[in-house]
Design a protein around this ligand. Sequence first.
Ligand code: TXA
Ligand code: MG
Length: 329
Amino acid sequence: MLSSFTECKECLEDRQLAVLPTETVYGLAANGIERYAVEKIFKTKGRPAGNPLILHIFDITEAEKLAEVNDMARLLARRFWPGPLTIILPKKKIVPSEVSASLNTVGLRSPSNYLFRKMLDELGFPLAAPSANPTNRTSPTTALQVMKMFGQKCPPVLDGGQTSLGIESTVLDLTTANPTILRPGHISLQEIENCLSCKIELRKNFADLTDFPHKSPGNSPRHYAPKTLTRLHASIEKCIKCDLVEPDDLVLVASKKEADFFKDADCTAWYLSQTGNPSEVAHALFRKLHEADEQAFSKIHLCLLTQKDDLALAINDRITRACGQLHKQ
Ligand code: TXA
Ligand code: MG
C-alpha cells in the first residue's frame, strides 16, 4: 500500500517495516539496531539468515557508532557519500548479530535519495535495508513493482518514482588485505583505486566472463531472477546465430540497433537504451525485466554487454545472475 512519509516514519519508529526509495533500488527498511525489527526483514523477504544486511546511515559520524572506521573509509565517504557505495568494516557491539549474519563485520552506506535521507535525519537511527524484493526475485526500481511482488504482505511503501541508477550499490570490503569489491556497481574499481591510491581486488566469481558458461552454479544461482525462464547468451552475435529463440520469446538487448537485428524474426525484441549507453541500460534493466514478467513470454533472452568498462561489468553481473548462472550472494 502506498503510504505517506509520516505513516512510514511512524511504522519505522514502531519497529515495523516500510519500503523506501534509494537512488539504486527500493529498500525494505527497519530499525537497524533493533533485533526484533530486523528479524521482520528476513521473514518478509524469505531471506536466509546467513545473508547480512546493509545499514543505511546519514553520514560518516553515524558510521563511527556502528563500526571501526579507518582512514580508507573516511576518504571513501568524503569522496562517494552520499551515494551508491557500501563499505564493509569491523562491526561494533551495538549492531545486532542478525544484521551481520553473525559475521564480525557490517556493511554501511549513506544513500543520496532525498526522501531516504530525510527519513534517516528525522529518525536518528540507522536503517537496515536490503533490496525490497522477495529473495531471488528481481530488485525493484518502482513502488508498483514492490507492491506487485509482495501482494497482501506488502509493508507501507513510500513512492519516490523510478530510482535514478537502477542497479544496487558497489559493495567494497575494507577488512581484506587489499580492499575487495564484492559486488560491482556504479562506483567503479578505477574510481576507488584513484581515491585510495592502492590496488583494489575484484572478487573472482563476480561476472568473471572468462569462465562463461559457468560450470558449477552454487547455492543461490537464480538471483535477480524474473519468474519467466531466462536464457543467457555470451554476445548478441551468438544469440542471433543460435536456434533457441522461438516466436513466444522476448529478446532483451542493450540498443535499438541490436533490437533491429530481430526485425524479421518471429520473436519480440525490446531494447534498454536507444544507443546502448551503459548508464541507461542499468537504469532500465530491472524495470524491463519486471515488465517482461507481466507478459506471457515463454522465455527471456539476455545477452552480455561487450563493453569493458566497470558499469558494463556490473550490468553483466546482474544479467548473468538473472539467468541463474552465477553463484554466491
Ligand atoms: O543499493 C543497495 O545496496 C540496495 C539499497 C536498498 O541500498 N541494497 C541492497 O541490499 O542491495 P541487499 O541486501 O539486497 O544486498 C546487499 C549485499 C548482499 O549481497 C550481502 O550479502 C552483502 O551486500 N553484504 C552485506 N553486509 C555484508 C558483510 N558484512 N559482509 C559481506 N557482504 C555483505
Ligand atoms: Mg538484493
